[in-house]
Design a protein around this ligand. Sequence first.
Ligand SMILES: NC(=O)C1=CN([C@@H]2O[C@H](COP(=O)(O)OP(=O)(O)OC[C@H]3O[C@@H](n4cnc5c(N)ncnc54)[C@H](O)[C@@H]3O)[C@@H](O)[C@H]2O)C=CC1
Ligand SMILES: O=C(CO)COP(=O)(O)O
Length: 318
Amino acid sequence: MTPTPIDIAGAGAFGTALAITLGNAGHPVRLWARDGAAAIDAARENTRRLPGYTLPPTVRVTGDLAELTAPILILAIPTQKMDEFLGRSAPFRAKALVSTAKGIHRATGLGPTALIARHRGADTAIAQLTGPSFAEDLARGLPTALTLACTDADMARDLQHALSTPALRLYITSDVIGAELGGALKNVIAIAAGAVMGAGLGESARAALMARGFAEMRRVARAAGALDETLSGLSGLGDLVLTCTSAKSRNTAFGMALAEGRSPDPAVTVEGLATAEELAARPELDTPIADAVAALATGALTLDAVIDMLLRRPLKPE
Ligand SMILES: NC(=O)C1=CN([C@@H]2O[C@H](COP(=O)(O)OP(=O)(O)OC[C@H]3O[C@@H](n4cnc5c(N)ncnc54)[C@H](O)[C@@H]3O)[C@@H](O)[C@H]2O)C=CC1
Ligand SMILES: O=C(CO)COP(=O)(O)O
């Protein structure tokens, strides 16, 4: 492995986990934190977003965007915050900008790579890193496989080699739309899966919801021009299975809280919520599960009404 300087903007759970993984693999990493950079750097731990995991000496934490000068810049900022962040920091001069965000931007309807495209330099490639990976699993060095999507084939291979580690395997694709939609859409289905469990409907109902949710994901992705095989891979099916079956998922936990009548913590990032609202606002898309999630989360329908709505849909071929 050749050590490659890597910058990461966003010291949330995932940005911090990536910094630890890549730093442990020997890369010099600069992690930009909006809040409390000096304290994280001094403590060698992000006690707020990823407590219990030590930053290796190869990782430096900064609060100064001007220090981000590496050829690779990973943007680990939630989708709904990305535009605001890019607007006050652009243009970036890295050769490659890599998004880890899993959502559709509510104000513009754009995915993360299209948001970034408006702020890049002329020679900058844009990639999406996505797939099944809880931040804690990554930080612990557990085996993980992700999709790296980039339309520039040479850059895709360079990033695959630069960002893979002995425990983190990256698979490449040119289908950026499919990769980013896989990650965005599974979060919506995860909220619904959490609601199914919170409502006590049982594991069989959750399996049915996941399968019908996957059909919905493929429909939406196909309409956007994505490849079906991308959705069947790590970024779609892989992440759907991980997220929907674990209460560690913030989206699943949010759905559970909704169904149990508890108030979700507004400080926790739940990407699927805005994405469900965005899908529900597009009448041309047949998205009954996203519509149900949006109606439940906004209080437009009760849990009983939402369940009734889904179960009373016309019977049809699979
Ligand atoms: N946590 C996880 O296991 C995984 C998360 N992701 C994705 O990565 C993205 C980031 O997620 P997390 O790190 O988990 O979120 P997080 O909630 O732990 O952290 C979000 C970070 O973004 C920063 N931020 C928020 N608004 C900002 C702004 N306007 N300007 C600059 N920084 C801002 C916050 O300071 C915080 O450090 C999300 O799209 C998420 O879906 C992807 C894979 C796994
Ligand atoms: O995307 C994730 C795992 O791949 C994390 O999911 P949550 O954002 O629901 O915690």
